[in-house]
Design a protein around this ligand. Structure first.
Ligand SMILES: Nc1ncnc2c1ncn2[C@@H]1O[C@H](COP(=O)(O)OP(=O)(O)OP(=O)(O)O)[C@@H](O)[C@H]1O
Ligand SMILES: [Mg+2]
Length: 252
């Protein structure tokens, strides 16, 4: 189907109800290779539900999902990660007791052989972690426990991990919520960094200015339906605000 741009994500006919309440109503959602897509909509519009279905946290009532051209029904987020889909939340699930370095290599630990034994290669993980963090200009001590990291640092760790292990797609669900101005700028810079490396990004947010600043395409959801899917160069904050208000029944 996609002759012009190859899709990294192709979700078709996604439906999901919770106790009879329609959270997603026949949604089609695609992301091109290396494309940044902003996913917008009011509280309860269905954004997180759509992403949870994509990443295996939730099962859809009906859906066809293709990742990089292959049919997938992830049963859990680890399966999604193994297929190159990394999801980043503000309160990221890191292993709090482990160091930043060990979190960077979580599930993909480096080992060294000593005689018949396989031991964790902490030295090498530490050295490579320093490089990964420096690469993203993140001033985080690789030895400190993850529990001592701020929300922004946690996001940085997940993004560094996504880049290092060559994720095809990074999903950021409201990554700038409750962040200060400088931290928001850093997240937007990280998104540009990912794009520059050819990694696709789904950026969920409420702030149209932030989303339009980095996204190639904007998708707007209203009450479980996709109502707008537009290249950001063909729209504006004003136009999207108006559309959102009309479709939500607030304005016109
Ligand atoms: N586990 C659940 N059980 C029951 N209802 C749910 C569940 N998860 C989501 N919903 C409902 O589905 C709808 C969509 O919720 P969702 O979390 O996807 O919205 P959202 O667009 O991410 O909103 P927000 O911007 O507030 O994060 C809402 O009506 C919500 O109450
Ligand atoms: Mg949400």
């Amino acid at each position: 189907m996609n002759t012009i741009t190859r899709s990294i994500v192709e979700m078709r006919g996604v439906n999901k109800s919770f106790h009879g309440v329609r959270a997603l109503d026949d949604v089609d959602f695609t992301v091109g290779v290396g494309e940044v897509v902003g996913l917008l909509g009011d509280n309860g519009a269905g954004k997180s539900t759509l992403i949870k279905i994509l990443t295996g946290f939730l099962k859809a009532d009906t859906a066809s999902i293709r990742i990089d051209g292959v049919d997938h029904q992830f049963r859990n987020p680890q399966e999604a990660r193994n297929a190159g889909v990394e999801t980043v939340y503000q309160e990221q699930a890191l292993a709090d007791d482990l160091s930043v370095a060990r979190n960077l290599f979580l599930g993909k630990e480096l080992v060294r052989k000593v005689g018949p034994f396989r031991l964790l290669d902490d030295g090498r993980m530490r050295r490579e972690s320093e490089e990964m963090l420096r690469d993203l200009r993140l001033a985080v001590d690789p030895d400190k426990p993850a529990r001592d990291c701020s929300g922004g640092e946690r996001q940085g760790i997940c993004i560094a991990r996504a880049i290092h292990f060559e994720a095809k797609l990074v999903i950021l669900d409201e990554p700038t919520n409750a962040l200060g101005v400088a931290a928001v700028k850093r997240v937007l810079d990280l998104i540009r960094d990912l794009k520059a490396r050819g990694i696709a990004v789904i950026f969920i947010g409420h702030n149209l200015y932030e989303v339009l600043e980095v996204a190639d395409r904007a998708v707007v959801m209203v009450r479980g339906k996709k109502v707008v899917d537009v290249a950001t160069r063909d729209t504006s904050v004003g136009e999207l605000t108006e559309l959102l208000m009309q479709r939500s029944g607030i304005g016109g």
